[in-house]
Design a protein around this ligand. Structure first.
Ligand code: NAD
Length: 557
């Protein structure tokens, strides 16, 4: 018997080791991953329960966090805890195979699905913003996004630059929880990266974890330094303390065109995330509190300038894409007619992967032992010896990724391969080669789990960008298949009114029950991605469904 955890407001640390305090490993995994989301190394602002992505939280408030933890500690192996926007609201008897936790975060009825209504409820303590993996307890720090960003830059390299970005300049902005992965992903592709970030603390954090190499405060000096590195073909990254617009307008004035241009400021949130131009950061933070309307007016105006500058640099030849923060959507809302002149990264680079069920699959070692991840890395290498891109990623990850919180690994795997990996991991836990169970999950940004017309489902072939039946089906199937916890959220990535999405996490504890559940969940979850894209008419998805014998009645029926 372990003593109950005592939760004190502030950064948390997940319990480690192979002894559980909960009555099942599924509940224990949920407890550890929840607290891991609030680890100092993982969360952006753990003292406010904020994990990443503007105001993406893990629990609604400290009382709720305490109650979730004590409820998980007492939860019977056949009970299910229900969480509504970060608050534990009920425990019901289900079955041992059912999820231990079901989570619904930030969902609002269509007509009310906007930031204004949400903020009112949030201020009254009735809701919280769950982002994608913050409120669904499977955020693993910046690594979660490194591989996706690496693959996106690699795809751009392949399409436009002969497969290598050496001697190329990537310009972007926003070095937060997700955006902080960009400099590392760019240098992994041998590029020079120049990133604008208004908050020097964020750059310092990226220097500490070696995601960024240098920090500068003078915009012109930073541009000069980037050009010098580009000329030498050195793969290095610079974070420059300034507003994104300031950097881009300066580049336009000096007639310097980046090779690749994107942005990951938290533009999905015009109040709590994005920072308007021409303001000291402390003044901006003060204005957020004192006059939110004025703050948002300025935020929207800056986003218009921001997109205008990106449009201009695209016209001058920069390979430009939106990186999933709804910058274009908000600039359009603010009146900019040609806000969608540059494409989103999903239709441009990621959709072919989604058609094969590929997406950001990930797992965390609940033991806290990095050695367990080394074992999983070895297993993945043995399972997929011919996937050279995957092997190259594993080499680089082992060498350059610092673990944050519980050791974890991300690998974009597709239909069939996720189940293969999950089953092999479960076997390794059973044999004791891995010292404690693994939590196996994914981002909500995945092939079958999300409807987000300005991001994952932008420009679908059949015009079904805004159809949210698909993530709901994905959610229900994950529950029916027996994941350990399943979540359904609104507004992740792109903000209120713009997305609906589902997450699942399963647990490999070495038991036959886990083996059966992993096979079902990991097969079915990405199967819905192939299904969704086949239904929309993508040939790659239809071929994949035929080859893998996925039963789609209206495709082959
Ligand atoms: P975050 O809130 O942790 O970081 C955002 C950073 O942007 C902060 O450090 C902030 O100081 C900085 N910033 C804000 N406005 C700025 C401006 N005008 N100029 C320069 N810097 C500015 O958010 P995050 O987790 O890094 O996510 C960033 C965005 O990317 C979000 O909108 C998120 O929804 C989106 N996102 C995209 C993907 C993807 O795969 N493409 C995945 C996750 C999140």
């Amino acid at each position: 018997e372990q003593t109950p955890l005592h939760i004190v407001p502030g950064p948390q640390r997940a319990p480690r080791g192979s002894e559980r305090r909960c009555k099942s490993w599924k509940a224990e995994a949920a407890l550890r991953m929840l607290l891991n989301n609030l680890d100092d190394e993982v969360a952006e602002e753990p003292e406010k329960l904020i994990v990443y992505g503007g105001s993406g939280k893990a629990a609604r408030d400290w009382d709720c966090l305490r109650s979730i933890v004590t409820t998980l500690e007492r939860l019977e192996p056949d009970e299910t805890l229900l969480v509504q926007s970060g608050k534990p609201v009920g425990v019901f008897r289900t079955t041992e195979d059912a999820p231990r936790v079901l989570i619904a975060n930030s969902n609002l009825v269509g007509n009310w699905a906007n930031w204004e209504h949400f903020r009112k409820l949030e201020a009254e303590g009735k809701m919280m913003f769950g982002q994608m993996t913050a409120g669904s307890w499977i955020y693993i720090g910046s690594q979660g996004i490194v591989q996706g960003t690496y693959e996106t830059f690699a795809a751009a390299a392949k399409k436009h630059f002969g497969g290598d970005l050496r001697g190329r300049l990537v310009v972007t902005a926003g070095l937060g929880g997700m955006g902080g992965a960009q400099p590392l992903a760019a240098t992994m592709n041998n590029a020079v990266c120049l990133a604008a970030e208004v908050d020097p603390k964020r750059i310092e954090k990226r220097l500490e974890t070696r995601y960024t190499d240098e920090m500068m405060t003078d915009v012109d000096a930073a541009i000069d330094r980037a050009l010098e590195l580009k000329a030498k073909g050195e793969a290095r990254s610079i974070g420059v303390v300034c507003n994104a617009v300031e950097l881009l307008e300066r580049m336009i004035a000096r007639d310097i065109v980046p090779d690749i241009l994107t942005d990951q400021t938290s533009a999905h949130d015009p109040l709590g995330g994005y920072v308007p131009r021409d303001m000291a950061l402390s003044d901006a933070f003060a204005l957020r509190e004192s006059d939110p309307d004025e703050y948002q007016r300025r935020s929207f105006a800056t986003m218009v300038d921001h997109v205008k500058a990106m449009n201009e640099l695209q016209r001058r030849g920069a390979d430009t894409f939106d990186y999933g923060n709804n910058l274009r959507g908000h600039a359009q809302e603010a009146g900019l007619e040609n806000a969608f002149e540059f494409e989103g990264f999903v239709p441009k680079y990621v959709r072919p992967l989604f058609c094969e069920g590929k997406g950001p699959f990930r797992w965390a070692a609940l033991s806290g032992d990095p050695q367990d991840i080394a074992v999983t890395d070895r297993i993945v290498r043995e399972l997929f010896p011919h996937d050279t891109a995957l092997l190259r990623w594993l080499d680089m990850a082992a060498e350059r990724i610092e673990f944050q919180g519980l050791p974890a690994r991300i690998c974009w795997l597709g239909y069939g391969d996720r189940a293969k990996a999950g089953l092999a991991f479960n076997e390794a836990v059973r044999r004791g080669e891995i010292s404690a169970p693994l939590a196996i999950g994914r981002d909500h940004l995945d092939c079958g789990s999300v409807a987000s017309p300005n991001r994952e489902t932008e420009a679908m072939k059949d015009g079904t960008d805004a159809v949210a039946d698909w993530p709901l089906l994905n959610c229900m199937l994950n529950v029916a298949s027996g994941a350990a916890w399943v979540s359904f959220h609104h507004g992740g990535g792109v903000g209120m009114g713009y997305s609906l999405h589902c997450g699942q996490v399963s647990v490999a504890d070495g038991t036959p029950q886990a083996q059966a559940a992993l096979e079902r969940v990991l097969t079915n979850d990405c199967g819905t991605g192939v299904m969704r894209h086949a239904d929309a008419g993508y040939e790659e998805a239809i071929d994949c469904a035929r080859e893998r014998h996925i039963d789609l009645p209206m495709i082959d029926g």
